[in-house]
Design a protein around this ligand. Structure first.
Ligand code: AMP
Ligand code: MG
Length: 349
């Protein structure tokens, strides 16, 4: 157990000394959690093997699940990657800083503990003033997966990081809630046509504007003998403690099934949590949180992980979630909900 230093940063300019303190910890090989526009990251100097190994230990993360390397500016890309194709350069120019991670050929300095032994490395420039100030001040590439215990919903607020990792990490930089709320889009640039490995903060539609041929993510279970292109894809993820049932299909059929199942579980005496796609009057005794995803998938993205944690905190015993259309950030939201549901996906009509 270490005492986790809590560092509040409201304005990276005014709070320069605090940023310096966090950056020094990173340089010394310690673990520092920090806000990005997507979720809180658990950062370590990507060039320091022991520091990166400590991330896996703190998170309980499987060793073959590689991490995203965060850099402060385009000029640092050469420290991380062997080559950068003209197309990768175009995407970086268009979407960085921002929630797009590019999987590129790994440079010599990149440790296999960061890449999970792959020949490629995942890299991005985050679009968050606190993250950028910290990365600039640290002056090293920073490996950072989400700052949660492995398998738990990702942290979108500083208190979520403390819930999972207090006493396990040197410091937490609190920069307020993360605006996007789901992780970055991971784009594999190693094949002839770029392919989305994980949908995230940059939508498929936005990518298609620059890259019409981009391959959409392949959801669903792996076939027997198939290796996942992205190692992280094979793990259950983002899961609250209570089992989550995801209801997919037409809006009205989904709502009918939600009400029917809610009543049934209530009769069994269970505390039910509802994650709805549009406003809903809670069935007596249930906890209903409206993510508003039908009207605004971006709002659902920013609320999703906090809502899953709120369900746990309220002692909910079963969660029923309404699916939303897979448009814009809806694709990322549905990907996270399906992962959280595991096998519990019900098609309603
Ligand atoms: P996280 O750090 O928790 O946001 O997850 C990072 C995601 O990027 C995981 O799904 C990883 O499996 C994936 N990833 C990281 N590096 C690579 C890589 N070199 N090739 C393919 N996927 C990667
Ligand atoms: Mg994660």
């Amino acid at each position: 157990m270490t005492k986790t230093l809590y560092l509040k940063v409201t304005d990276p300019q005014k709070d320069r000394e605090t940023i310096r303190r966090a950056a020094r910890l990173l340089q010394e090989g310690a673990l520092v959690a920090f806000p990005t526009e997507t979720v809180y990251g658990l950062g370590a100097n990507a060039l320091d093997r022991q520091a990166v190994e400590a991330i896996y230990a703190a998170k309980g993360r499987p060793l073959d699940n590689p991490m995203i390397v965060h850099i402060a500016a385009l000029k640092e890309l050469g420290r991380v990657c062997r080559t950068v194709s003209p197309l990768a350069r175009t995407l970086a120019d268009r979407f960085w800083p921002g929630p797009l991670t590019l999987v590129l050929p790994a440079g010599n300095a990149i440790l296999s503990v960061v890449t999970g032994g792959l020949a490629t490395v995942a890299v991005r420039i985050p679009d968050h003033p606190v993250a950028l100030a910290l990365l600039q001040e640290a002056g090293v590439p920073v490996a950072a997966p989400s700052a949660n215990r492995s398998g738990r919903p990702s942290p979108t607020r500083a208190e979520h990081v403390l819930e999972d990792l207090e006493g396990q990490i040197a410091a937490l930089v609190d920069g307020g809630p993360c605006p996007v709320g789901v992780e970055s889009t991971v784009l594999d640039m190693s094949g002839p046509v770029p392919r989305i490995l994980r949908p995230g903060g940059v939508s498929l539609e936005a990518l298609r504007e620059v890259l019409p041929e981009v391959m959409p993510p392949r959801d669903g279970p792996l076939l027997r003998g198939e290796t996942p292109a992205s190692p992280g894809m094979k793990y259950r993820h983002y899961a609250p403690r209570a089992p989550l049932y995801l209801l997919e299909g037409k809006e009205q059929a989904v709502r009918r099934e939600l009400i029917r199942l809610c009543r049934r579980y209530r009769l069994q005496g269970l505390k039910v949590g509802l994650l709805t796609a549009a406003p809903f009057e809670a069935v007596d005794g249930s906890l209903a949180l409206d993510l508003g995803g039908r009207k605004d998938p971006g709002a659902a993205a920013s609320l999703l992980f906090a809502a899953l944690r709120q369900m746990d905190a309220a002692g909910v015993e079963v969660i029923l979630a309404e699916g939303i259309p897979e448009e814009g950030l809806g694709l990322a939201v549905m990907n996270r909900l399906r992962k959280a549901a595991g096998e519990n996906i019900l098609l309603c009509d």
